[in-house]
Design a protein around this ligand. Sequence first.
Ligand code: SF4
Length: 298
Amino acid sequence: MELFVSDSCGFCVGVRHAVSLIESVLKENPDSPVYSLGMFIHNEKEIERLKLSGLKVVDSIDDVPDGSIILLPSHGTPPEIKEKCRQKALESVDLICTYVKKLQEIALSLKREGFDVVMIGDKDHPEVRAVRAIVGDLIVVDKAALLNDNLNLSISNRYGVISQTTQSLEFYREAVDWLLGKAFPKKEVRVYNTICWDVVERQAKVQELASQCDVVFVLGGRKSANTRRLFEISSETTMTILISDLSDFLPDYVKGKERIGIISGTSTPMWFVDKFIGLLNSLDADIKMKKDGDINGQ
Ligand code: SF4
């Protein structure tokens, strides 16, 4: 059995930065509770690990006692929540990723220049909700909008298009084509590609893995948008299994398989990837480990 472990496993740069910041805050404040507003990353395993070090996760800002330390999520925080933090005299540590921050800056500058902002993404994703809170009216283009062809874009003459950072490149292209060709005749349209490079790279790598392997394991949280997209892309080509807990694995998945691929979402810790590799190794002592460069048979 050959095991191809993608180089794109473990945290992306934004999540790595957020986790190391949290670890320092927890270490420097052993006697004060540190709160996270919702899941700061979409990975239950990593959140559980940090909870053991003292992190407290709350769903509402109202559940945080005045004067406490609060961690604001990496996918952005709406202005009204930041205002509530000020009113409650909370000490905020903003974990926002630089790519998400850049996306918000572009959205705001489009709004100020008089463009109606169109975001290609999932309407309920926290990143989209944060942008909506910043720019006010936000037109969200998702798969349903394309399918039903029901967006009303006839009023404004200027549209600025951005994308959720974890959007699939394929859907982004499809949506931009649709917007340009169908929805925007004779209008001014400014298009920004705000998809994160790490997400794009993982999507290309999972495609390559899927084309060469009998089964691909995508490791990550079930609520993680970018993990789900890796799963969808790989599923189009080969048998693909989403592993968010080691108990999701069944030995039958690898029975008779010769080439196995492993990749992870951007919020999946490397320690979880290593545990999964250990599990596979425990089934077959002769397993041969390969890296990205080996995938085409070199
Ligand atoms: S996936 Fe990209 S945008 Fe999201 S946190 Fe990671 S580096 Fe930042």
